[in-house]
Design a binder for this molecule. Structure first.
Ligand code: 8YV
Length: 326
């Protein structure tokens, strides 16, 4: 008897066939919160999907649930306390997306520093009428100081690009020293002042946890250089978005490059959409065909192994959250 699995994200046919070979799969496009969805959920032993919120009220309606596999490295969309108290393993897909996400962050750094989006729009609107002069100049990236807040797997991949590709001195803040990172460990998240004041580029790469919620707010933006460029590709709620908007409007910092937002999709009437010194990506961190397929395959392997009761065989990139401190 194949275990029943609810799939709440569209995946390629080939990957779906792999999952269906081992599981009785019922597919939904997201979480519809419908009678049909909850009827199927009541019998489900496995869940697999990505960014939809899987909270306590939903989990209470899944009494037979044995494992969850998310097609994401972030797990803030899950109720960790519930999963830990019910011993339901949650597997995610770290590592397979490190390089692609670091590429995305460096794209944000370059686009924001060289004003690529603003100047592209100028050309497309027929406003390129003479050689570019001072008011449209960008700022150099090579040789500038990069401050990374959250030196995890993606932070390490970003630092590699900055150090070897752009000769950037790198300093970082982290919950603790990352012994694999050969860069200046500046402090923990609780003492970012020096990094904020001395970095030309400040990049946040922490997971969203109760400790990092609104970690970067008005006080932190005020400590940054007026010439500083702020980059966020972690989670929107790691920063106080209202404070960032005010800092950008007041010229407290030069510009911001953002791939994530407090509310996603970002509403078109957000003040961020009116700012020339804000480059906005629609959460494309890991969004390449190659990487998303690797993530899906990893998540399917994780779920099949977990439902077979062999958590040790999990995809090399998996991580198990059995208790909320993991
Ligand atoms: C995607 C991400 O949003 O992995 C994460 O945590 O934020 C991005 O890779 C996610 O994978 C949804 O598909």
């Amino acid at each position: 008897m194949k275990p029943k699995v609810l799939l709440y994200k569209r995946i390629p046919e080939q990957a779906l066939a792999k999952l269906q070979a081992q599981c009785d799969v019922v597919s939904f496009d997201g979480i519809p919160h419908s009678t049909e969805f909850y009827r199927e959920l009541a019998d489900a032993q496995g869940l697999i999907g990505s960014s939809a919120v899987i909270n306590h009220p939903l989990l209470k309606k899944a009494p037979k649930l044995k494992a969850i596999s998310t097609i994401s490295v972030g797990t803030d969309q899950f109720d960790h306390d519930y999963l830990a108290s019910h011993q339901i393993p949650l597997m995610h897909t770290p590592n397979v997306l490190n390089e692609t996400t670091a590429d995305t962050i460096f794209t944000l750094i370059m686009c924001t520093a060289r004003r690529a989006v603003e100047l592209t729009n100028m050309v497309k609107q027929g406003n390129w009428t003479s050689s570019i002069k001072e008011p449209h100049f960008g700022t150099d990236v090579h040789g500038k100081t990069l401050g990374i807040i959250g030196m995890g797997r993606i932070g390490e991949a970003l630092a590699k690009r900055a150090h070897f590709g752009f000769d950037m001195p790198i300093q970082y803040c982290n919950r603790s020293r990352n012994m694999k990172a050969e860069h200046t460990y500046n402090a923990t998240y609780l003492d970012m002042g020096n990094l904020l004041a001395s970095s030309d580029f400040v990049c946040v790469m922490t997971p969203l946890t109760p400790d990092t919620h609104k970690l970067i707010g008005a006080n932190e933006f005020a400590k940054m250089k007026k010439s500083a460029i702020f980059i966020n590709a972690s989670r929107g709620k790691v920063i106080d978005e209202t404070a960032l908007i005010e800092a950008l409007e007041r010229g407290e910092i030069r510009a911001a490059g953002l791939d994530v937002f407090e509310v996603e999709p970002l509403p078109a009437d957000s003040p961020l959409c009116q700012l020339n010194n804000a480059v906005l990506f629609p959460h494309i961190g890991s969004a390449t065909a190659e990487t998303r397929l690797k993530m899906i395959e990893c998540a399917i392997d994780n779920l099949i192994n977990a439902l077979k009761g062999d958590l040790s065989k999990n995809c090399a990139n998996a991580h198990l959250f059995i208790n909320p401190t993991d």
